[in-house]
Design a protein around this ligand. Structure first.
Ligand code: IPM
Ligand code: MG
Length: 384
């Protein structure tokens, strides 16, 4: 017998997703930054190595945007209420006052935040990342990975508000021995991520989109995701479409003969989480990869990795690689329409990482510090 309590838990999960669908149906178009008098950039340092690498990225952005800041067209706002200590104390993923501060910005540069899990000293609150993605409806997690020497230039479009993450903290224990989690797909959610991936492929001439699911096994939700991608693909005859299962795709990313042919990937949340760490490792490590979390009204830019508490405990924080947040800053600049500045920073990072790598970051004292590397990036920008 299913108890009333469990039944009402199920009901609440379903109702919250039905309400989300209604919200998606009435959403307007993407914000037009060119119509704003001023763009407000919120900076949230986060936990662990976060404040250090985010501070570095803020500095680089302030150098690049100096004219705009002076003219009052861009404002930076430091938001410091998102620490794990504060979240633990208040028992919530994002403190309400911090969420209000975030909502008063247009775009956010965010450092990694510590995500508690069962057994940690913290209360097992929902991940701040996941909560922010949902609260600001940042439905597309865009993660570029490139390795010029191997001909690799990939862009991952990870769905960011559904899948196993949608109600990941609301699974239910039915009785002593039965545990259930949920995964979610909606028509609106699948369509908007698919369309964004195809738009990008079509606009940039990276004209191949590969959908990655496990639709042969997770038939309902992954099946919906795949069918939606197939349907949207028909609107883009100039873009080649194919579909893959996640297991074989993790192998193909290592296949030297095939991998350079992939261009744009579109995939549900959890597969996107997993495979982008693999892709980043191929590029040089998770410390080298940035991401954009894009919604219609807000956008948030961050590293793809976590807060690395071990590095901090072992006194290695200053050796953390800041290129993840610097790459995220490239995407931030592009998103607010500063394409030239974005290209400059991207170019400087390519030079410092691949073409003339004067500093190698190893995450420990065998390598350079984040500060040395950043100074080199800033000097390189000057020389462009
Ligand atoms: C990421 C991270 C997050 C995620 C964690 C920190 C919640 O791994 O951005 O990929 O799982 O999405
Ligand atoms: Mg991840």
């Amino acid at each position: 017998m299913i108890s009333e309590e469990i039944r009402s838990k199920f009901e609440r999960v379903v109702e919250s997703q039905l309400a989300r669908i209604e919200d998606m149906k009435t959403q307007g178009d993407f914000i037009d930054y060119s119509k704003l008098d001023k763009i407000i950039i919120g900076v949230c340092g986060g936990d662990g190595i976060g404040p250090m690498i985010t501070g570095i990225a803020q500095h680089a952005l302030e150098v690049l945007l100096a004219d705009k800041i002076q003219a009052g067209k861009v404002e930076f706002r430091v938001i410091d209420g998102l620490t794990i200590e504060r979240r633990a104390e208040l028992g919530c993923a994002i403190p309400p006052d911090t969420l209000e501060e975030l909502k008063a910005c247009h775009v956010i540069l965010k450092g990694p935040t510590t995500t508690p899990r069962a057994g940690d000293p913290w209360p097992n609150v929902e991940s701040a990342n996941v909560a922010m993605r949902k609260a600001l409806d940042l439905f597309a997690n865009v993660r570029p990975v490139k390795v010029p020497a191997l001909g690799i230039d990939w862009t991952f479009y990870r769905e960011n508000t559904e899948g196993g993450y949608a109600v990941g903290s609301q699974g239910v224990q039915i009785e002593d021995d039965l545990f259930l989690d949920f995964t979610v797909a909606t028509t609106q959610g699948c369509e908007r991520i698919a369309r964004l991936a195809f738009d990008y492929a079509s606009k940039t001439g990276k004209n191949r989109v590969s959908c990655v699911t496990k639709a042969n096994i997770i038939k309902t939700t992954d099946g919906k995701f795949l069918n939606t991608c197939k349907m949207i693909a028909e609107e883009y005859p100039d873009v080649v479409f194919d579909d893959w299962y996640i297991d074989i795709m993790t192998a193909k990313l290592l296949d030297d003969k095939r991998r350079r042919d992939f261009k744009v990937f579109v995939l549900p949340n959890l597969y996107g989480d997993i495979i982008t760490d693999e892709a980043a490792e191929i590029q040089g490590g998770v410390g080298t990869a940035g991401s954009a979390n894009i919604g219609k009204r807000y956008a948030m830019f961050e590293a793809i990795h976590g807060s690395a508490p071990r590095m901090v405990q072992e006194g290695r924080a200053k050796y953390a690689d800041p290129s993840s947040v610097l790459r995220a800053s490239v995407m931030l600049l592009e998103h607010i329409g500063e394409v030239e500045l974005a290209n400059k920073l991207d170019r400087a990072l390519d030079i410092c990482m691949f073409e003339k790598p004067k500093y190698v970051l190893t995450g420990r004292d065998t390598g350079a510090t984040a500060e040395d590397f950043t100074n080199y990036v800033l000097e390189t920008i000057e020389s462009l």
